[in-house]
Ligand binder design. Structure first.
Ligand code: 5GP
Length: 192
């Protein structure tokens, strides 16, 4: 049986997400913003974050995948589940609207190697936005392969595989209200 241990409780997450919303509202006071969520993991974070930003705001979503080079979960020597991102990012859903001359905030669940956000940032920059910032709920800096700067970070966490609050393992656990460390994941999960 997979073993779930709470790393960040729903109360802790809610408090920090509210603070992040306030920081964004303060930085863009009097301006319009567009929140661009990275599917599917950031959907829950974006919906909570947006309700703490009392500005003129619109939403868009972008989809990316590491298909063909699918990341796997493997055990590290300490027996913990570790994310093994193999590094090829592919666009599965483009943004619906133009980002030209807009204040874009990319909303991501977790910043790990940095490959995904580097790839998406390049796509958005090609639209020539007025500004581009990144809001990531979680950051695992020890895993970084490509440098990337996120202006709004919820929590810095150790190198563990986490699920819940939008984050999945083989599409499961996204609906958990807390963020949990997944230990002993099933080897052949249905839907993986
Ligand atoms: P990066 O491109 O920065 O390596 O990875 C970002 C993506 O990897 C995230 O959007 C997420 O889909 C996935 N990811 C990285 N670490 C974890 C983790 O601990 N748990 C889950 N569920 N996904 C992760």
């Amino acid at each position: 049986m997979p073993d779930l241990k709470v790393l960040l409780s729903r109360e802790t997450i809610a408090k920090r997400v509210a603070e992040m919303g306030k920081e964004i509202a303060r930085d863009f006071d009097g301006q319009s913003i567009i929140l661009v969520g990275v599917l599917k993991g950031a959907a829950i974070f974006l919906s909570d974050l947006a309700r703490h930003i009392p500005l003129d705001a619109t939403f868009d979503f972008i989809g990316v995948s590491s298909y063909g080079n699918r990341p796997t979960v493997k055990e590290d020597p300490a027996g913990h589940a570790a994310w093994d991102s193999l590094g090829e990012v592919r666009l599965t859903k483009d943004m619906d609207s133009s980002m030209a001359d807009r204040n874009v905030i990319l909303v991501e669940d977790i910043l790990d190697t940095g490959l995904t956000l580097n790839y998406i940032s390049k796509l958005v920059r090609a639209h020539q936005p007025k500004s581009l910032r990144i809001a990531a709920l979680l950051d695992k800096p020890s895993r970084r392969k490509q440098p990337i700067e996120a202006q709004y970070i919820g929590f810095t966490i150790p190198d563990a595989y986490v699920v819940g609050y939008g984050l999945d393992y083989a599409e499961r656990y996204r609906n958990l209200p807390d963020i949990c460390v997944l230990e002993n994941p099933p080897e052949n999960p249905v839907g993986a």
